[in-house]
Design a protein. Structure first.
Length: 92
């Protein structure tokens, strides 16, 4: 059995919790809060994984030995990519 704690919820939050339990979406407030905490933990893990992936991409980019592109080269590449995407969209 878990530990009993006391929490204070904003009125809107408390109404939403009670409505979910009364609607039968959850067996109890405990079940709702347990799922909410697990969802928060899952979201934090996913956020951390995304951040790690972004950091890895940045690191690979910084470590890339190829020369940097000029702003004109970037603009040309973006225009080409957008033009291709627009053509593909119109074909669909």
């Amino acid at each position: 059995m878990g530990e009993t704690i006391s929490i204070t919820l904003a009125p809107d939050t408390l109404r939403a919790v009670r409505a979910s339990v009364e609607a039968g979406e959850y067996a109890s407030v405990d079940a709702l809060l347990d799922e909410a905490v697990h969802a928060l933990q899952r979201q934090r893990r996913e956020d951390a994984e995304r951040l790690d992936a972004i950091r890895a991409r940045i690191r690979r980019s910084l470590d890339d030995p190829r020369p940097d592109l000029s702003i004109d080269e970037v603009q040309e590449d973006l225009e080409r990519v957008f033009a291709e995407a627009e053509r593909d969209f119109r074909r669909a």
